[in-house]
Design a protein around this ligand. Structure first.
Ligand code: COA
Length: 192
């Protein structure tokens, strides 16, 4: 098993045109049926672009971090410059629960506000799995949650064994379970 070097692997290349980069990232989610099922369909390219753009501004200290919801994206490249993984999070500052979360995650009850760093996109290129990039993505997410002094959360289908095992291996704990409108059992992991 190869262990990616965090200092070199965590490069977010800006050499590629941002739109091309977002298109390539989106393709990671479409690679096969089991990946599409695991992630519930690919994100929009425009959303990835926004996440990448926010992240560049965040790293440069130019993002208004007082906003209630901030989407941030990070692409991971191998040492030979190949796109291998992508992480997308939403940083939530005391924001009202979204209608979906209130109804399905919290079953119509729950807190008035959400707060935390929520993993929204999490993918490793299918040919690069089991090489440690998943752990690397979670470290990146943990770093972000520490920067914002918030808990980290990751939602996944309860039958997504790779993601569930990875979350536990990386120190996460199952925090809550719920069913989607289509009856899929979901689990939310938390890192405190
Ligand atoms: C889930 C995913 C990101 C894991 O990425 P990865 O790079 O393969 O993970 P790692 O190599 O860092 O694995 C770390 C640990 O996770 C667990 N794990 C990863 N893949 C696994 C698998 N197929 N079966 C069981 N456990 C697995 C293992 O505990 C592994 O440690 P080990 O290799 O020492 O046994 C990857 O499988 C993926 O992209 N899946 C499709 C998209 C997806 O499901 N995203 C999550 C949606 S919320």
């Amino acid at each position: 098993m190869r262990h990616p070097d965090t200092t070199t692997a965590l490069q977010s290349t800006r050499d590629a045109l941002p739109y091309d980069e977002a298109v390539k990232i989106r393709a990671l989610f479409c690679v096969d049926q089991s990946t599409r099922r695991a992630v519930g369909g690919p994100p929009y390219t425009e959303d990835i672009l926004k996440e990448l753009d926010n992240r560049v501004n965040f790293d440069a200290g130019l993002l208004d971090t007082a906003r209630q919801r901030i989407r941030l994206g990070k692409a991971i490249y191998s040492q030979n410059g190949e796109l291998v993984a992508y992480l997308g999070v939403t940083v939530v500052h005391q924001a009202s629960l979204l209608p979906y979360d209130r109804t399905y995650v919290w079953g119509g009850k729950g807190p008035l506000c959400d707060d935390g760093v929520f993993i929204r996109r999490f993918i490793v290129k299918n040919t690069e799995r089991r090489n440690g990039y998943g752990i690397l993505l979670l470290k990146e997410a943990r770093n972000l949650s520490e920067k914002f002094a918030k808990h980290l959360y990751a939602d996944t289908k309860a039958d997504n064994i790779p993601m569930c095992q990875l979350a536990v291996k990386a120190g996460g704990s199952p925090n809550m379970f719920w069913f989607t409108p289509k009856g899929t059992l979901m689990v939310r992991y938390i890192w405190i």
